[in-house]
Design a protein around this ligand. Structure first.
Ligand SMILES: [Zn+2]
Length: 185
């Protein structure tokens, strides 16, 4: 689900996609995402989703591969739909043009409630299918939500590259913590 942003961060670091910090460009997110055709155009999102489906089918051979691969592709694509809800019109349909976005970031309380609902709604669904240490997962969820609140309502990042590095470090750390919690059943 986070795949497009996982690709976005290194492309920003490398200067292939571009962002600048413009405080108050939206009420809760200071990123002016003015060039990201390779990760966040609708066309790119569709291609990455298809790519995820193919990679899953290539490397996973156990279980309901066809169905699971489709779920993986839909999860990757859901990122673009959810970004479409919160982004200002900076999501290109293709290349760097025809940009869309409903701009919920301008309504921080609504956008934040959506983030929280998505996080804990997803966790609730997950709890229905897996045996995991629930209390510790919920506590970690609250920690992630607190970090999200800081990102929403705290000071803007120091620079474009700092924003990308911070995002990348956070994704790696969060994934590592959850992987550890999953093993500790
Ligand atoms: Zn994104």
């Amino acid at each position: 689900m986070q795949l497009l942003d996982v690709f976005w961060a290194p492309l920003i670091v490398l200067g292939i996609e571009k962002v600048r910090i413009v405080p108050r460009i939206t009420a809760s997110n200071p990123l002016d995402l003015y060039y990201m055709p390779y990760t966040h155009s609708l066309l790119a999102a569709l291609l990455w989703s298809a790519g995820a489906l193919l990679v899953y089918r290539l490397f996973v051979t156990r279980g309901l591969v066809g169905k699971a691969a489709l779920v993986v592709a839909l999860a990757v694509f859901s990122h673009w739909i959810l970004d479409f809800l919160v982004h200002r019109p900076d999501l290109p349909l293709y290349d760097n043009t025809a940009k869309v976005g409903l701009g919920l970031w301008n309504f921080p309380a609504v956008a934040f409630a959506l983030e929280a609902g998505l996080l804990f709604g997803g966790m609730w669904l997950y709890f229905g299918t897996a045996v995991v240490p629930r209390l510790r997962m919920v506590v970690f969820g609250l920690v992630m939500l607190a970090i999200q609140a800081y990102v929403f309502f705290g000071p803007p990042p120091a620079s474009d590259k700092a924003a990308a590095w911070t995002a990348l470090a956070a994704y790696a750390l969060f994934a590592a913590v959850v992987a550890r919690l999953e093993r500790a059943r």
